[in-house]
Design a protein around this ligand. Structure first.
Ligand SMILES: *[C@@H]1O[C@H](CO)[C@@H](O)[C@H](O)[C@H]1NC(C)=O
Ligand SMILES: *[C@@H]1O[C@H](CO)[C@@H](O)[C@H](O)[C@H]1NC(C)=O
Ligand SMILES: *[C@@H]1O[C@H](CO)[C@@H](O)[C@H](O)[C@H]1NC(C)=O
Length: 357
């Protein structure tokens, strides 16, 4: 009897997990795939084929998310016949969740994405990234520029030398310039046991990530020590209305099932030398961007500062650079979704891409 109850329960949990990975409109549940990439890790991704003459758009999400971050873009571009590839990045959702930080070196993750594009037979995609997805988009531009016609970076861009300064010095520099450590929260995210503390306080994490008044991040999120205190104490703040309660419940449940131990490796590589060592391998001839670039800035993002990214892109971008400034916090593709969608569409149409068959 007991074992039958247990079986029924585990079945319920398993089917919930599956539905969270494939059954989320506007994603078409029959278009999800799983690929064992060259290094033996499985990637879960959404692949919607392009109509004749339309390019494929590749969307890369950041922390602490999944393919579901791109729901508004998928519904908008899918209806217009664009091809779409939207993976769960390493450590998230239905993709592998290795616990060794070394597995998260950007050169390795970039190759994983290329394995997906090869499996899909895609050679000239438009690459779009947000947050750490924009970092991987930056590295794909550095390592595999032949695969992309153009790049759109949203609320993030990571030039080849971005992590040349060791983390403690980076903190001191941002404190000297801005009055607070913009990346002080990496210290908590890379600390022992942070995954369990966050898991026990997921509502605090989502409140502060999907915040309404982003000025609060200057005190409660960014500086050294602040986020650890905020989460540990289970503090709550008012979230913005750009994530509905239903969408938030999905995101919370996804992360609860994923856990934080794997996703936090995206930070552990930054407070150790894993990322800076890995970035030494960027070919110098690819350190600049020789294709058109779109940058969507979040003017009310006080952690990833728009002016910093713009300065780097003005230096690195050698083809056309299109900058759109949004009165938004970090989550531009959610918070100003209609504007981001129409700006991206106009930019993509203006590229006059030759799609060959
Ligand atoms: C989902 O994709 C399948 C396979 O391409 C297609 O047959 C089906 O019509 C799609 N469903 C919707 C609702 O678009
Ligand atoms: C993925 O491929 C590797 C070999 O590259 C193999 O050892 C491993 O069992 C495969 N994993 C799955 C889940 O198929
Ligand atoms: C950063 O600043 C603190 C406080 O001024 C100082 O004690 C520390 O040595 C500095 N660290 C580095 C790496 O410069």
């Amino acid at each position: 009897m007991l074992s039958r109850v247990f079986l029924a329960l585990s079945f319920a949990v398993a089917s919930l997990a599956t539905s969270l990975l494939t059954d989320l409109p506007p994603f078409n549940s029959s278009l999800f795939k799983d690929l064992n990439v060259t290094r033996g890790l499985t990637y879960h991704y959404y692949a919607s084929p392009a109509d004749a003459g339309k390019p494929t758009l590749v969307f890369l999400h950041g922390f602490p998310s999944s393919f579901y971050d791109w729901r508004h873009q998928v519904s908008f571009f899918q209806d217009k016949g664009y091809g779409l590839v939207v993976p769960d990045m390493l450590g998230y959702g239905g993709t592998a969740k290795p616990l060794d930080p070394e597995a998260y070196a950007p050169s390795l993750i970039s190759k994983d994405i290329i394995d997906i594009l090869d499996a899909e037979g895609l050679q000239q995609s438009v690459l779009i990234g947000h947050d750490w997805g924009a970092k991987i988009a930056s590295r794909l531009a550095n390592y595999f520029p032949q695969y992309f016609s153009s790049y759109a970076f949203l609320a993030g861009y990571t030039g080849p030398d971005s992590f040349a300064l060791p983390y403690p010095e980076q903190n001191n520099l941002s404190r000297a310039v801005l009055g607070y450590e913009t990346f002080g929260y990496w210290d908590f995210f890379s600390s022992e046991g942070a995954d369990q503390i966050i898991l026990a306080n997921l509502n605090s994490l989502f409140d502060i990530f999907f915040l309404k008044d982003t000025v609060l991040t200057i005190k409660d999120f960014a500086p050294l020590g602040a986020l650890g205190d905020f989460i540990r104490n289970g503090r709550r703040v008012t979230p913005g209305d750009f994530v509905t309660p239903e969408e938030r419940a999905i995101e919370v449940e996804l992360l609860r099932q994923t856990g934080l131990a794997a996703p936090l490796n995206w930070y552990k590589i930054l407070t150790t030398s894993i990322e800076s060592d890995d970035d030494q391998g960027i070919p110098s001839e690819n350190a600049v961007l020789n294709q058109p670039v779109f940058f969507g800035t979040a003017l009310r993002d006080y952690v990833g500062i728009a002016a910093t990214f713009i300065a780097a892109l003005l230096q690195d971008s050698k083809d056309t650079l299109t900058i759109q400034q949004y009165d938004s916090g970090h989550w531009v593709m959610l918070e100003v979704k209609d504007k981001v969608n129409s700006d991206l569409l106009q930019w993509i149409e203006g590229l006059k891409l030759d799609v060959e068959f």
